[in-house]
Design a protein around this ligand. Sequence first.
Ligand code: 6GU
Length: 265
Amino acid sequence: TALRFDILTIFPEFFSSVLCYGVVARALQTGIATVHTTDLRDFTTDRHRTVDDRPFGGGEGMVLKPEPIFAAADALGITPKPNRDTKRETVIMLTPQGRPFTQAVARTLALTERVVLLCGRYEGVDQRVIDHLCDRQLSIGDYVLSGGELAAAAVVDATVRLLPGVLGNADSSHYESFGLSADGAAADADTPLAVSPAAGLLDYPHYTRPAEFRGWAIPDVLAGGNHTEIRRWRRERALETTLQNRPDLLREEDLTREDRKILGK
Ligand code: 6GU
């Protein structure tokens, strides 16, 4: 059964031009997942369709009012928090105050039936929405976006591409950056060129034809056909890139003796 996303936003039009490409678009077309957007202004009751107001206690900026958000949640049949089975249905606020959205979170969301994404805007959202409607708050990184919409699209994309049947080859996502399983599953006979994913490393470099382009040749080892050598080269490059760009991902205890030699540790 399809995974349903509900996105509550004051900019529903944003989602008619995002999520319209590649494997995500195909998954939505084929009905593996569905995305429903709800315009919070449709749940206002005043002439000006007001969704925000000034903060109690004073200060800069405006705050999203609770009434339109709770009214939309009720209309969408979102289960009230005390009765909600969050393994099936989960309500998420997108905000820079949230916990990091990671591949592990995406995997968890891919196991649920319904994901409700609330897009924050302005300086914030009334805290009663977070306390009494949301199960969790997520952030997609340490920078401030002008609203949660771009983050919601990132969450949908990262989750949908994990669903069974989306990539054609169900295993092909396992060997990409961040997708490497932490359980140390070995490269098997079906994937002779894949790096054995002992740890979550960044990806190794990829090349395709032509073998020489503007005088830039591909590494000799990749044209050589020695799959043991290729595997070793890819592992080296993955370790090197990870050490350079994301040393925080390199866990000492996940490294093999060979890895330590490569890294000079
Ligand atoms: Cl989820 N929302 C906003 N507004 N900014 C962000 C973010 C979310 N994640 C990183 N920056």
